[in-house]
Design a protein around this ligand. Structure first.
Ligand code: P6P
Length: 333
């Protein structure tokens, strides 16, 4: 494949599909540059005095890692001055972050999980940044949380960076999914995989099996059938992977198929699963669907969910079409 940069890809995509107006191209390039900076900070580890926890908790009640806060700051500072955004929302901030009055405002809204998989930071396991782009409602003057509460079908772009053996950026603007690898010597994102497709069939599943006793019956039934292997109802053996970094698990599924599950369970009916809709489930669902996969909350398409709260959580079943349809069918049955 001819190696082209992220910038050349975005310009050519705009020329061919008219799907990336200049402001959106600027937004994507600014976020991509911020992910380069985050990759650099993450890569320093102990040498950069960035490991360990800060003395604060985020809105989720989770103890923040220093790198959670650093990554959040990097994304805020990178996106404030460009004039392409009206406001931002982050897993690490309770309320939305408006663009300061000293800068011009644009027509896009950006949500992100600045560093997903934080429990893996201090043990050198892949982590990532997840982001989602919406258009601000027509006629909006002063952005509010309500302006963000749009279904995932309204996303105009979504992506993630995965900080692993390679640093990679996976992006969709609604015309398929493309992957860029960070060339650290040149400091540029280089297109390395075009039009990624998730195989419809898989023999690999991802779930935190330590929660098995808390799962609702449809998930119990589905996973037990996979565990029964070739002597069970599925007549095949399955493999399991659980990185506990959604970005890493989704990236594997994009490359070789699989089903990722974070279901609701009986522990806390007020908490429908662990993952957040606006900056984890929605961007990943957009990417997965654009790669020919399926993403549901067990009952409906994740992208059709109308949000009611900025940090609301949803159950997530996503990946290879055949398997997501089986487990979703059990919920409906
Ligand atoms: P558990 C990371 O904290 C995260 O939000 C996702 O990236 C990951 O898939 C999940 O939570 C892991 O959750 O309960 O297995 O630690």
């Amino acid at each position: 494949m001819k190696r082209i940069s992220l910038t050349q890809y975005l310009v050519e995509e705009q020329r061919q599909n008219n799907s990336i107006p200049a402001e959106l191209r600027l937004l994507i390039e600014v976020v991509a540059r911020a992910c380069k900076t985050i990759s650099h900070a993450v890569g320093k580890g102990a040498l950069g005095e960035v490991l360990g926890t800060a003395s604060t908790e985020n809105v989720q009640g989770e103890v923040q890692k220093k790198l959670d806060i650093i990554s959040n700051e990097i994304l805020l500072e990178a996106n404030e001055w460009g004039g392409h955004l009206a406001a931002m929302a982050s897993e690490e901030m309770e309320t939305i972050h408006k663009i300061p009055n000293r800068y011009p405002k644009g027509e896009y809204l950006l949500t992100f999980d600045p560093l997903d998989g934080s429990s893996n930071i201090d043990v050198n396991v892949s982590i990532g940044t997840i982001f989602s782009v919406l258009k601000a409602p027509e006629g909006m003057t002063e952005p509010s949380e309500q302006d963000f509460l749009q279904p995932g079908t309204r996303q105009v772009a979504a992506g993630y960076a995965v900080y692993g053996p390679q640093t990679m950026l996976v992006l969709t603007t609604g015309n398929g999914v493309n992957c860029f690898t960070l060339d650290r010597e040149m400091g540029s994102w280089v297109l390395t995989q075009r039009d990624m497709q998730i195989p419809a069939k898989t023999r690999e599943f991802s779930i935190n099996a330590s929660n098995a006793r808390h799962w609702h019956p449809p998930v119990q039934r589905y996973v037990n059938e996979l565990l029964a292997g070739d002597t069970g109802p599925r007549g095949a053996n399955f493999n399991m992977r659980w990185v506990a970094s959604m970005v890493a698990d989704v990236h594997r599924i994009l490359n070789r198929g699989g089903i990722f599950m974070y279901p609701a369970d009986t522990r806390d009916t007020s908490m429908p699963g662990k993952l957040r809709l606006m900056y984890e489930a929605n961007p990943m669902a957009f990417i997965v669907e654009q790669a020919g996969g399926v993403a549901t909350d067990g009952q409906q398409r994740i992208l059709d969910i109308v949000p009611t709260k900025l940090h609301q959580r949803v159950p997530v079943f996503l990946g290879s079409r055949e398997e997501v349809e089986v487990v979703t069918g059990y919920h409906k049955g």
